[in-house]
Design a protein around this ligand. Structure first.
Ligand SMILES: CC(C)(COP(=O)(O)OP(=O)(O)OC[C@H]1O[C@@H](n2cnc3c(N)ncnc32)[C@H](O)[C@@H]1OP(=O)(O)O)[C@@H](O)C(=O)NCCC(=O)NCCS
Length: 162
């Protein structure tokens, strides 16, 4: 899965990239979602914080785009800084990771996750976290290969109206 040709290029996203970034979030619903979640909910959830991050960048957030080949946007990660629930230590939380469909499988997911770790380390952060739907096997496989391990299991029960 090593990319061929010129090496992919990483760069911070700018407000001019907003259309590309928001369109790509459609991909976040491309797996068999639980019956109680709609694709609109899934892909829409990150739009607000992503827009805010682009328009009002701060040090504790990174929206980084990968271009492959250089000049052609192919994917991005969006990382925020949270606090570990148990220790209150800072944690870099991967809110979004997405690669354009036609650019999948050539190592860009890994390139982006490595870059997210570099960003976190550069800020003195020693933990990464993320959430992934249980059915998103492809993404889960990537995270497993990169050394991520499951921690808590999120349960949800819908209550019928009485
Ligand atoms: C998940 C995603 C970011 C992976 O990006 P990618 O560029 O294809 O990933 P890579 O090419 O770097 O592959 C990395 C790992 O993914 C896994 N992978 C790649 N292709 C795969 C496939 N066809 N089936 C299953 N796993 C696969 C492998 O474990 C691979 O590890 P390896 O390099 O040791 O073989 C991309 O598929 C995507 O954008 N999916 C839709 C959005 C999404 O679900 N994001 C995650 C939300 S939590």
């Amino acid at each position: 899965m090593t990319p061929t040709g010129p090496a992919p290029r990483l760069r911070p996203a700018t407000p001019a990239d907003e259309g590309f970034l928001l369109a790509l979030t459609d991909r976040l619903a491309e797996f068999e979602a639980p019956p109680w979640r709609t694709a609109t909910e899934i892909r829409g959830a990150d739009h607000r914080i992503l827009r805010e991050a682009l328009r009002q960048p701060t040090d504790d957030v990174s929206v980084t785009l990968v271009e492959d080949p250089p000049g052609t946007p192919a994917g991005y990660f969006f990382c925020t800084t949270r606090r570990d629930y148990f220790t209150a230590e800072p944690v870099a939380h991967v809110e979004v990771l997405v690669v354009r469909r036609g650019a999948q499988g050539r190592g860009l997911g890994r390139v982006l996750m490595d870059a997210a770790e570099v960003w976190a380390r550069g800020r003195g952060i020693r933990q990464m976290s993320l959430n992934v739907f249980a059915a998103n096997t492809r993404a889960r496989e990537l995270y497993r290969h990169l050394g991520y391990r499951e921690e808590t299991v999120h349960y949800l029960k819908r209550l019928d109206p009485r």
